[in-house]
Design a protein around this ligand. Structure first.
Ligand SMILES: O=C(O)c1ccccc1N[C@@H]1O[C@H](COP(=O)(O)O)[C@@H](O)[C@H]1O
Length: 233
């Protein structure tokens, strides 16, 4: 099966449409976070989300843990998916689901140790997909993603084998390590930010090289041209 690709830290309509041209099936839009390179205003997120054609998924990345806050934020931004970047308590999910039927929920699990595996298994009961990343919840300035660091893919594989919902792998993925990451973890999708950006912008050459390095990439033919001609004009 082809590995799905989510490009995160999208900051403009142009970046969104370029990522889709290269073969991304999901885009990440980062709202307020304690740290990270991808943060944009909610007004920009709403504008980008409105411009993205179906069936592309638009993920609103939120650091909120309060269900009412999360629901209000999704309504302001209008994305079709919520990426819950902090570890939420299980009681939160039913409230969000009831308030936002039709919105997909993706719980991020920051893979640090065996406790993360236990957390992943319990969270998988409540959401549509898991996304494994390399944040540090106990760092002095909380890290909820966008770190450019890999984590122990052996733990990611344990999670992959223990759950029955789709899994995205994130955290420090690059053109050099993506093939090995896919071989070891066999995720449904991969997700990345830092390695395809230069000076705060999506770098089309890096993006093309990244897609070309995915053994079972979507839209393979497009990657010979690093600056695809947009079909969205
Ligand atoms: O990118 C950010 O600014 C960010 C901030 C807080 C939470 C998540 C964030 N981005 C997510 O992190 C992954 C991994 O990023 P990287 O490839 O290691 O740089 C990214 O795909 C986003 O989902």
């Amino acid at each position: 099966m082809r590995t799905k690709v989510k490009i995160c830290c999208i900051k403009s309509i142009e970046e969104a449409h370029a990522a889709i041209e290269f073969g991304a099936s999901a885009l990440g839009l980062v709202s307020t976070m304690p740290s990270g390179p991808g943060i944009v205003d909610e007004a920009v997120i709403a504008q980008i989300a409105r411009s993205v054609p179906p069936p592309i998924a638009t993920f609103l990345l939120t650091s909120a843990v309060d269900s009412e806050e999360i629901v209000a934020q999704q309504r302001r931004c209008g994305t079709n998916t919520l990426q819950l970047c902090d570890h939420l308590p299980p009681s939160t999910y039913p409230t969000i689901r009831n308030a936002l039927p039709g919105i997909k929920l993706v719980q991020v699990v920051h893979v640090e140790d065996m406790e993360s595996v236990d957390y992943a298994v319990s969270a998988a009961e409540h959401v549509d997909a898991l996304l494994l990343d390399s944040g540090r919840l106990s760092a002095p300035i909380k890290e909820l993603g966008g770190t450019g660091r890999t984590h122990d893919w052996g733990l990611s594989r344990k999670i992959r084998d223990a759950i029955k919902i789709p899994l995205f792998l994130a955290g420090g993925l690059t053109e050099e390590n993506v093939a090995e990451a896919i071989r070891l973890v066999e995720p449904f999708g991969i997700d990345l930010c830092s390695s395809v950006r230069t000076a705060d912008s999506l770098d089309f050459e890096k993006l093309g090289a990244f897609f070309a390095a995915i053994p079972n990439a979507p839209n393979k033919a497009a990657h010979t041209n690093p600056l695809p001609e947009s079909r969205f004009k």
